[in-house]
Design a protein around this ligand. Structure first.
Ligand SMILES: NC(=O)c1ccc[n+]([C@@H]2O[C@H](COP(=O)([O-])OP(=O)(O)OC[C@H]3O[C@@H](n4cnc5c(N)ncnc54)[C@H](OP(=O)(O)O)[C@@H]3O)[C@@H](O)[C@H]2O)c1
Length: 268
């Protein structure tokens, strides 16, 4: 019998996809997060707070691998520091750590500064480790597009942001490959198949959702590096296959199915 795999943040965008793939691979899966959610497959759930250092020892006890998908706008460095210390006490499992492409080129931003520090903590942890830097997830771009579309008539969109977003399912599959293999150290960056811009992604979203908005590109102060391609992967890198348009088609189809189901349940 193999040791359990712990997915921190297993209820988030990436974590849910990782958990699903581990379950498909017949792994014994644990999840650590602050709030239990009903949508999980049958995995063992541990309530805890990485940033506060609560509930971690119980979750890491006996695990062979940790895939660290938990994140928050604040405190990611403290969170991983607590996780690494608990993991060292629990026999030093393999720590698989997703990070973000280009964070060393935009390290003055608060969140990316903490993510960069988190990488350093993993590298110095004494645990066997794998770090995979990936680009922005389609889910994240979709959620942002929904917010931008809430503006009536005119939608202000960051100008010149060059991005190469990816399907989180493909990231999850790669993380699980690493988790089931030997520690790889710093892996090649991973990105989606197409280089685009925020404006381009948002226009595709508007087309796919049959909305009309006047798209106004806004120059964001301090974004010169991102406009220069800081968020794009450096070669050699791994490329996913699912495109933004394919993601949109699938997501909107799911949305329509959910609406049809709700209408049937409500007798519509
Ligand atoms: N989103 C992107 O576009 C993107 C791009 C590149 C890389 N990444 C990286 O991928 C990883 C996952 O990102 P995501 O977008 O999937 O995150 P997410 O959807 O925001 O999910 C975050 C998860 O972390 C848990 N969490 C937050 N604070 C916690 C704490 N103090 N203790 C325990 N659990 C905590 C949350 O559950 P509770 O709230 O219940 O605790 C949730 O399950 C992160 O390392 C992120 O930097 C994300």
């Amino acid at each position: 019998m193999t040791s359990p795999v712990l997915v921190t943040g297993g209820t988030g965008r990436l974590g849910r996809a990782v958990v699903a793939r581990l379950v498909d691979a017949d792994c014994d899966v644990r999840v650590l997060a602050r709030h239990e959610r009903a949508t999980l497959p049958p995995v063992m759930f541990f309530t805890g707070d990485l940033r506060r250092g609560e509930g971690i020892d119980a979750a890491v006890r006996g695990v062979g691998t940790i895939i660290h998908c938990a994140t928050s706008t604040k405190g990611d460095a403290d969170a991983i520091r607590n996780l690494v210390m608990a993991a060292a006490r629990a026999g030093s499992p393999h720590l698989v750590h997703p990070s973000i492409v280009g964070i060393d080129r935009i390290a003055s931003w608060g969140y990316t500064k903490a993510k960069l520090e988190a990488e350093r903590i993993v590298e110095a942890s004494g645990l066997p480790w794998t770090i995979l830097r990936v680009t922005q997830f389609y889910d994240y771009c979709f959620e942002n597009s929904q917010k931008l579309a809430k503006f009536p008539v005119v939608s202000p969109v960051p100008a010149g942001f060059r991005v190469q977003p990816i399907d989180p399912g493909e990231v999850a599959a790669r993380l699980v490959e690493f988790a089931l293999g030997a520690p790889a150290g710093r892996a090649p960056d991973m990105a989606g198949p197409e280089v685009s811009s925020w404006v381009g992604l948002f226009r595709s979203y508007l087309t796919a959702t049959h909305r009309r908005r006047w798209v106004v590109p806004i120059r964001i102060p301090g974004s010169r590096a991102v406009r220069g391609g800081a968020l794009l992967p450096l070669p050699p890198h791994t490329v996913g296959t699912k495109t933004w348009d394919q993601f949109l088609t699938a997501r909107l189809q799911e949305h329509r199915s959910d609406q049809d189901h709700a209408a049937r349940v409500n007798g519509g």
